[in-house]
Design a protein around this ligand. Structure first.
Ligand code: PTJ
Length: 257
């Protein structure tokens, strides 16, 4: 997918416009659902509030996420339309670095979209993509959206699942199945952010390469050190630090007049 809109390089919002354009093109070719465009707008608003940069609590959560992925016996990365449009190459790179399985999982599932998302991942270098067509034959109990359909070789049997830009119901259902859930969500107050075991409040554009770097850096650590990173991580406290960061930033901005 190449971006068609000519965005002047010196435009103050060039990076943000470029990301939007990727999503619009993703929608046009069937990867992104229309609601995905709305979801992105919500994310952008929160990104403005945090300052469009990776903040310290996000980096702390990133290290915990890397430790969880590296200590997992079966880690799986769940890929929806927005993820496939925004960070196809980066998510494939992360899956190779861990290594973790990649599985298509869509809220608005249709045969056409699951194939479009799978193909976007394959074009980005993925060798194997789970969760497409009849392969999504298992069901997450107590979940009634299309997200319940999962691959028995993937999310269904995973112990650690990364679910970027997710909805709250599946996060809860996956936790009830005993899985450790990692999410990337710019809204620290969303149900997913509040329910996950590890919440990275950051833009997926920055978060995925950061997790890959952390995985690469922490690979050399022994299991005991990785477990220690996980033991020292408390998601509630980390979300609290995120909200405090937001509050302090807004206070500084409000006073700076
Ligand atoms: O591709 P599908 O069919 O699986 O549908 C995907 C969407 C995203 C439409 C679906 O999962 C959905 O409706 O999600 P929600 O409930 O709108 O939640 C998406 C969350 O992601 C919101 O809390 C947004 O703030 C957040 N978000 C949006 N864009 C980004 C983001 N978080 C990180 N990086 C972003 N770029």
């Amino acid at each position: 997918m190449g971006v068609r809109l000519k965005i002047p390089k010196n435009h103050v919002r060039a990076a943000s416009l470029y990301i939007r354009e990727k999503l619009v093109e993703g929608e046009e070719c069937g990867v992104v659902t229309k609601s995905g465009l709305i979801a992105h707008g919500r994310g952008e608003a929160f990104d403005y509030l945090i300052g469009e940069e990776t903040i310290a609590p996000a980096l702390f959560a990133t290290r915990a996420a890397a430790a969880a992925l590296l200590t997992a016996s079966h880690p799986v990365i769940s890929v929806n339309g927005n993820t496939a449009a925004l960070v196809p190459k980066e998510i494939v790179k992360l899956s190779e670095e861990v290594p973790a399985d990649l599985e298509v999982n869509l809220f608005y599932r249709s045969r056409k979209r699951e194939i479009a998302v799978r193909d976007a991942l394959i074009r980005a270098g993925a060798k194997r993509v789970l969760g497409v067509g009849r392969c999504a034959s298992a069901r997450i109990p107590e979940l009634f959206s299309e997200r319940r359909r999962v691959d028995p070789r993937g999310i269904y049997s995973a112990d650690v699942v990364l679910v970027p830009l997710e909805d709250g119901d599946r996060t809860m259902a996956l936790k009830k199945m005993g899985k450790l859930v990692i999410t990337i969500d710019l809204n620290p107050l969303s149900r997913t952010a509040q329910t996950a075991d590890i919440t990275i409040v950051d833009n997926i554009i920055r978060a995925v390469p950061n997790i890959t770097s952390a995985v690469r850096e922490m690979k050399g650590l022994g299991r005991a050190s990785l477990n220690e990173v996980l033991r020292n991580y408390n998601n509630r406290l980390n979300i609290s630090s995120t909200l405090i960061h937001l509050r302090d930033r807004l206070t500084r901005l409000a006073e700076d007049v």
